[in-house]
Design a binder for this molecule. Structure first.
Ligand SMILES: [Zn+2]
Length: 193
């Protein structure tokens, strides 16, 4: 293995361009203890982490700590695209239900259909579970919207209450610089006081 191969593998990481990969490689080569620590933590974690058989999140124990937490509300299921979305919602401290991670969103151009996502698992989970409400927390993007439409259509004949996240003007933004689609959504979902 050469220094170039280290730069080459580092540049495969998301958000790391060739210049950053070179910087990282030279940092690791000149700080060998740090490099060994990073390398051993990566290999230990990837060997011990798997997917939770219920929500699909990364976990070291199956079911994960959220799915096995009996104090959580097991009547509400929040469906997200990605583990990072789950972390974001969890970070608000406002949602006390359970999660289901789809592991992506529908994108026909990239060949990602519903069969590539954990949608069958979602159907199975809501059909034999204790849930009364499904919160579809997909991203307000083209792919997220396609995923929302597909999953809400799939669940519409069930007895479940289907909800979704409100979309609107982000905090700190001004109306003048808000794009018309966001403003339109905000007007459609206006709140009565
Ligand atoms: Zn879980």
């Amino acid at each position: 293995m050469t220094i170039e191969s280290l730069v080459s593998v580092l540049s495969r990481l998301p958000g790391v361009g060739k210049r950053s990969a070179e910087r990282l490689a030279y940092f690791l080569l000149s700080n060998k203890d740090e490099a060994r620590l990073v390398s051993s933590v990566i290999s230990e974690v990837i060997d011990s982490v798997r997917f939770c058989s219920l929500c699909g999140n990364f976990t070291q124990v199956d079911p994960c700590s959220i799915c096995s937490d009996l104090s959580r509300d097991n009547t509400v299921l929040c469906v997200v695209e990605d583990p990072r979305d789950m972390t974001a919602i969890e970070g608000t401290g406002l949602f006390k239900g359970l999660y289901h991670i789809l592991m992506g969103s529908i994108n026909p151009l990239e060949g990602i259909g519903p069969d590539k996502l954990r949608i069958a698992e979602l159907q199975q989970r809501v059909s034999c579970g204790s849930f009364t409400e499904v919160l579809l927390a997909t991203n307000p993007t083209v792919d997220g919207e396609a995923t929302f439409l597909y999953t809400s259509d799939l669940l519409k004949n069930s007895k479940l209450r289907i909800s979704r996240l409100a979309t609107g003007i982000p905090m700190g933004a001004s109306l003048e610089f808000t794009d018309s689609l966001t403003l339109k959504k905000a007007l459609e979902q206006k709140l009565y006081l």
